[in-house]
Write a protein that binds this ligand. Structure first.
Ligand SMILES: [Zn+2]
Length: 101
């Protein structure tokens, strides 16, 4: 009998049962954004419009800041990092990865 049992666990159907994949990019990296992190994953923190804090590298914080309406850099982020994020975000369109940037 080679029939598959319906009650047999199917790993693809229950992703919560698998151990989480190791995070290779920071939390600010959008899933659709293929670019790698630029620096430490906790170099800065963004605050979105709802007040949620999103830690990330400078590269992805800038890309996310350019994308999220109403987002800002956390006031405790070092000034040099905050300025770098704002300067980079100013040069980016929202969802920069959709146009290959
Ligand atoms: Zn990153």
């Amino acid at each position: 009998m080679n029939r598959r049992l319906d009650h047999a666990p199917n790993p693809a159907a229950a992703p919560a049962l698998r151990p989480p994949a190791p995070r290779t990019r920071c939390a600010a990296a959008a899933a659709e954004d293929p670019t790698p992190c630029g620096g430490p994953h906790d170099a800065a923190t963004l605050i979105d419009r709802q007040g949620r804090e999103i830690p990330g590298c400078l590269h992805h914080c800038a890309r996310l800041l350019a994308t999220l309406d109403g987002a800002r850099v956390h006031p405790f982020v070092p000034t040099a990092h905050a300025l770098e994020i704002y300067y980079r975000a100013r040069e980016l369109p929202p969802y920069a990865w959709e146009i290959g940037r």
